[in-house]
Design a protein. Sequence first.
Length: 227
Amino acid sequence: MATTKQPLPSIVSSEEWKLALDQLLIKEKALTRARDALSAERRKLPMVKVAKNYEFHGDEGPISFLELFGGRRQLIVYHFMYAPDWKAGCDGCSWVADAMTHPAHLHARDTSLVMVSRAPLEKINQYKTRMGWTIPWYSSFESDFNYDFGVTTADGERHGASVFLRDGNDIYHTYFTGARGIEYLGSFWTYLDLTPYGRQETWEDSPEGWPQTKPYEWNRRHDEYDV
């Protein structure tokens, strides 16, 4: 039986390869600078106050929206697609969860990361155990949360990430992204780039008074942070 040869990149000399790589690097650096500028714009977005007192369900029992922050200033919620009548969670959302960063690095920047789904907690925990995840995952079953934030609609479930900022007991919605906006998430850098305070480093173009330290001086192994 005839077989189709697998296509391969062009084979060139080391010199030609290095030249092509250097040319690509120019574009990669331009993209990095453009991404930094976009993150700076995101940090300057206005925000809207969350008026409702939503209740969620986790292993610790009923939990308020404020408690999802875990005492931290910033909260990233990944809206994991899992409807109450589904047998399993969304496969695409599962890829996102597989790539989620260690929470200690986010905690060191006063940021919590959780997942929320509309499925009942029992289903969530069964799927969470199957997948081997440890990230906090809460049920918004019988709550308006998914509907109010546009991730459950007449057309069904949507995935996405919402960012919230806490000022005392007041909660504000600062950002949302969905569809392909989720694709680049994974490292703690990319999650922090979604937040109003960003990476909190001195090189960033942030509003005056934003918390900042020198680059990398706060980095630790995940078991070495004081927070």
